[in-house]
Each structure stands twice: as structure tokens, then as C-alpha cells.
Design a protein around this ligand. Structure first.
Ligand SMILES: [Zn+2]
Length: 95
């Protein structure tokens, strides 16, 4: 069962098709950074597990380290690209 991207309204799954489209999937980091990701997702009651993933569409191009054979996220980056519905967009960004 391919993992589904944890982001709101994102239907990307960890499939060969997604990989062919250049989408990479990234596991949630540990501890402090994981909490920041959970907050960034703005999904009420969501708690990431060790199998939770986010797809590369929620990160800026400069968030990635593409120097190796596999695309990695740089340490400590926070996902910042989401398609939130209007009622969620009004929630304070700087809180
Ligand atoms: Zn996604």
C-alpha cells in the first residue's frame, strides 16, 4: 500500500507514476522539526507517524539537496507550499 502524502488536499501517493513525474517523498523528521511540520500542515488533530510522508510539492526548490544520488531535504527545512482552502489561509501565519 503506497503511502499517501500527508498534506491537506494533496492526492499524491508514493507510486512509480509519481516518481516518474519527478515527485519525491520524504518521511517526517524527528522531534522538534516533526512538530514544525505538523503545525505547517494545519491539519487539525494530525500527528505524524514514522511512516508519514510528504511529497516534494510542498517544499521550495532550494529546500532540496540534489547533490547525491537520491534527492534529500536539507536539515531543518519546513514545508511551506500548500493549497489551503480559504478558511485555513486566514489562520495566522506568524504564530
Ligand atoms: Zn503532497
Amino acid at each position: 500500500m503506497p503511502e499517501h502524502c500527508a498534506a491537506y488536499a494533496c492526492s499524491n501517493r508514493q507510486t512509480i507514476e509519481a516518481r516518474d513525474r519527478g515527485i519525491t517523498f520524504h518521511k517526517f523528521p524527528k522531534k522538534d522539526v516533526r512538530k514544525k511540520w505538523e503545525v505547517a500542515l494545519r491539519r487539525e488533530g494530525f500527528t505524524a507517524t514514522d511512516s508519514s510522508v510528504l511529497c516534494s510539492e510542498h517544499f521550495k526548490p532550494e529546500d532540496f539537496d540534489r547533490t547525491g544520488q537520491i534527492v534529500r531535504l536539507k536539515d531543518g527545512v519546513i514545508p511551506s507550499v500548500f493549497n489551503f482552502p480559504l478558511h485555513l489561509q486566514r489562520v495566522g501565519v506568524s504564530s
